[in-house]
Design a protein around this ligand. Structure first.
Ligand code: HSE
Length: 431
């Protein structure tokens, strides 16, 4: 039995998909009982050599050649971005095709309308590759944990920033050198600021949280901070205190309210997430019945991401051939949870202040924190070197972010405190 697919976007991931389908076709058809035939490939650049065999696929530069071809069953959208990609996905669904995408930015911006379109047309919009690359986390949530109640997600879901942080910490590479290498290795987005400023991780977190908690997410209430202001000083203090700094994506559901944040976070150095290095991604779930579970793998790059794309294509192909029912509703929200503002959530915090030498200074600072109900769990102050401001590092116990921000604002206004205080979150992850 044969199922016909068309690929729109012959870039890094598209090349990986063509390679995988070509090299593994025998295994794939034996395992699934279906032959997936790549009939058409569309890209605006047809000149560049990709070093892969495109088989019998017809190459052209108009995506209409695929979405208007009635013989194509499955459209693979790997264009990236949110303009042409949106049109490709919408038109493919309207034309009655199933769609596989790796496009997290598209699902973040337009997921609601596209999933609704899929439901209206009773077609499936699959997106395993959009979150954590090759890790089959969407499948875990929808199938393996189908009956469980997930309450917390911790993710390292951006390979580029994890690669940069790892190389800066372990090899003392500069930020720029590490970013350049990540780009060369094909991990980074076309515009790497989306990686660096946390936008890419935010899109992935929103997709995962919506799926895991089965609710809509108010995107305006997701807190986001990237790694652009991460200072080696903080990485070294964190280490001294037994923590590692990661760009962590965190989502929690508590009593029918959800909260989501992406930001540089201290995690205990002995926990598994602290040891997820380079471009590797990891997702840790806490759920009511299973408890803690952890999924680790390569989250970026052509081959890992292609693995997830092909898995979705093959699964759809098996259903098409077996005439099994499609369930576009499998991913639809069923709960009406509110998204809580980050200011109303509780966390532990790392603070680094730069101060002048002043008698009684610590008493003033700790009083401000105390007046805001914030309790200190650790403190480091080292002797000054020359005329440099004196760093004071504090770890707090659980506090409301609104109170913490108010206290830090009052501290920043003290005449003997230089510059804004660095604030990082702490998550005491056990696994
Ligand atoms: N730019 C992304 C990353 C690619 O670095 O993780 C995978 O989505």
């Amino acid at each position: 039995m044969k199922v016909k697919a068309g690929l729109v976007g012959f870039g890094t991931i598209g090349t990986g998909v063509v390679r995988l389908l070509g090299e593994q076709d025998e295994l794939l058809s034996k395992r699934s009982g279906v032959e997936v035939a790549l009939e058409r490939i569309v890209d605006i650049d047809l000149e560049r050599g990709r070093g892969v065999n495109t088989g019998h696929a017809l190459l052209s530069s108009r995506f209409e050649d695929i979405v208007d071809d009635p013989s194509i069953d499955i459209v693979i959208e790997l264009v990236g971005g949110t303009t042409v990609a949106r049109e490709v996905v919408a038109r493919a669904l309207r034309a009655g095709k199933h769609v596989v995408t790796a496009n997290k930015a598209l699902l973040y911006e337009y997921g609601e309308e596209l999933f609704q379109l899929a439901i209206d047309r009773q077609r499936e919009l699959r997106y395993e590759a959009s979150v954590a690359g090759g890790i089959p986390i969407v499948r875990v949530i929808t199938e393996s944990l189908a009956g469980d109640r997930i309450c917390t997600i911790y993710g390292i879901v951006n390979g580029t920033t994890n690669f940069i942080l790892t190389r800066m910490i372990q090899e003392q590479w500069s930020f720029e050198a590490a970013l350049k290498r990540a780009q060369e290795l094909g991990f980074a987005e076309a515009d790497p600021t989306l990686d660096i400023d946390g936008s890419d991780a935010r899109s992935k977190l929103a997709i995962l949280a919506s799926l895991a908690f089965r609710c809509r997410i108010d995107r305006s209430r997701i807190a986001k901070e990237g790694i652009q202001r991460i200072d080696l000083t903080d990485v070294l203090y964190a280490k001294e205190l037994g923590y590692v700094v990661k760009l962590l994506a965190t989502a929690k559901e508590r009593d029918g309210e959800v909260s989501l944040r992406v930001n540089p976070t201290l995690v205990p150095e002995q926990c598994a997430l602290a040891n997820v290095s380079n471009e590797f991604n990891a997702v840790m779930l806490q759920s009511k019945f299973l408890g803690d579970s952890l999924y680790v793998g390569r989250g970026a790059g052509a081959n890992p991401t292609a693995t997830a794309v092909v898995a979705d294509v093959v699964d759809l192909a098996i259903r098409l051939v077996g005439k099994q029912a499609f369930n576009a509703n499998a991913y639809a929200p069923i709960h009406d949870y509110a998204t809580r503002s980050y200011l109303d959530t509780r966390s532990r915090f790392y603070l680094r202040l730069a101060t002048e030498e002043r008698a009684g200074l610590l008493a003033v600072i700790t009083k401000i924190l105390g007046d805001h109900g914030i309790s200190i769990s650790a403190i480091i102050q080292k002797e000054a070197t020359g005329d440099q401001p004196i760093p004071i590092v504090l770890l707090t116990r659980q506090a409301l972010e609104r109170d913490l921000r108010a206290a830090v604002q009052a501290i920043n206004e003290l005449s003997f405190v230089h510059g804004p205080t660095v604030i990082l979150h702490i998550e005491d992850i056990r696994l």
